[in-house]
Ligand binder design. Structure first.
Ligand code: PEP
Length: 228
């Protein structure tokens, strides 16, 4: 099981140091922290495995505001999230740019957590499978690629998908590309166990609950327990 904490735009470098000083990843689970770019150095120094929240598809160039794979690698960063729904919603990320970011990062030696997932309207109109097929189709299989199934309606809403919805989506994704699939969307210590028990769930991408050492540790411990 892999548990990744997406800190979004939270935690300064000193807050990151404080988190890492307190956090001890439990045995029996792989743990990744994804802080903002400005806190990557402190997270790496804290001894955890660190992914960035985005990465560009060129090594360098006139791309103001972007960060490249060689820049991350030199800091000791191990990978990057690509295609998070907040980037698709607010920053114009498309399936094509997600594909370019993922392919370049994997080629450069980084791990990648590529996010996919349907909106509430898409689920209600019965096109979830079509959306997932379209988003996954642009991703090439790779041994450092992980997909995170994150239904947009479950992110930051407190509304976790049912374990049946999660299993169905994960099985579909795995039938399209044979890589580990994480679930993301309102994971909390008191709701993750039924999701973790599903056959095709290989871990979680955790937003809000990854910001406190106690709740993130509890989720990591639940993952370690379920497969022990
Ligand atoms: C996320 O940011 O990827 C996420 C799943 O957030 P939350 O756990 O807060 O819903």
């Amino acid at each position: 099981m892999l548990i990744a904490g997406n800190w979004k735009m939270y935690k300064t470098p000193s807050e990151t140091e404080a988190f890492c000083a307190q956090f001890e990843p439990p045995a029996g689970v792989d743990v990744v922290i994804c802080p903002p770019f400005t806190s990557l150095r402190e997270a790496v120094a804290g001894g955890v495995t660190v992914y960035a929240q985005n990465v560009h598809w060129e090594d360098e160039g006139a791309f103001t505001g972007e960060v490249s794979a060689p820049m991350l690698l030199e800091l000791g960063v191990s990978g990057a999230i690509v295609g998070h729904s907040e980037r698709r919603q607010h920053f114009g990320e498309t399936d094509e740019t997600v594909a370019k970011r993922a392919a370049h990062a994997l080629g450069a030696g980084l791990g990648v957590i590529a996010c996919v997932g349907e909106s509430e309207e898409e689920r209600e109109s019965g096109v979830t499978a079509d959306v997932l097929r379209r988003q996954v189709a642009v991703l090439e299989p790779h041994d450092r690629l992980v997909i995170a199934y994150e239904p947009v309606w479950a992110i930051g809403t407190g509304k976790i998908a049912t374990h049946d919805q999660v299993q169905e989506a994960h099985a579909l994704i795995k039938s399209l590309v044979d890589v580990p699939v994480l679930y993301g969307g309102s994971c909390k210590p008191d709701n993750v166990e039924p999701v973790f028990a599903e056959r095709d769930v290989d871990g979680a991408l955790v937003g809000g609950a990854s910001l406190q050492v106690e709740s993130f540790t509890a989720i990591c411990e639940a993952a370690a327990r379920i497969r022990s």
